[in-house]
Ligand binder design. Structure first.
Ligand SMILES: [Zn+2]
Length: 141
């Protein structure tokens, strides 16, 4: 896909904007997030511009997932963190701010006080079965 001229991640991939590079190969670039949730928080970017998980080819997603694992292990080893969150946001209501596919790798520490969990909802009656069926029917076979 042709890069969107205004995309900040494309500018980073093209070297027009500097970044703290963690890893690079022919398909992906991993950089540090400039405003980290914890220090060492990195972003796995595809080199080609895709907006989100919906329009990214599956083969590329698998590649990005493999790199996410590799960098997660290296983050754990090098920072001695106690855990890692992998976060991938799609569209504005989910918290996506840069519309170029990326995975967050967030190192976590036992008492870092960061919380991603919010108040969980409760299913009523047969709702849970209905939601599962609704999504299942829409899966592209
Ligand atoms: Zn882009």
């Amino acid at each position: 896909m042709v890069s969107d001229g205004g995309c900040i991640f494309c500018k980073i991939v093209n070297g027009e904007i500097p970044s703290s590079k963690v890893y690079e190969d022919e398909d992906a670039l991993v950089i540090l997030d400039i405003s980290p949730i914890n220090k060492g928080h990195s972003l796995v970017l595809s080199k080609e511009h895709y907006k989100d998980i919906y329009d990214t080819p599956e083969e590329l997603l698998l590649k990005l997932a493999g790199i996410t694992k590799k960098v997660s292990l290296a983050t754990k080893k090098s920072l001695a963190c106690d855990g890692i969150n992998i976060v991938q946001n799609n569209e504005r209501p989910s918290g996506q701010l840069v519309f170029h596919i990326h995975f967050h790798i967030i190192p976590r520490f036992s008492h870092d006080g960061i919380r991603f969990d919010t108040n969980r909802k409760k299913y009523e009656g047969t709702e849970m079965k209905e939601f599962a069926e609704k999504i299942n029917i829409s899966i592209q076979k």
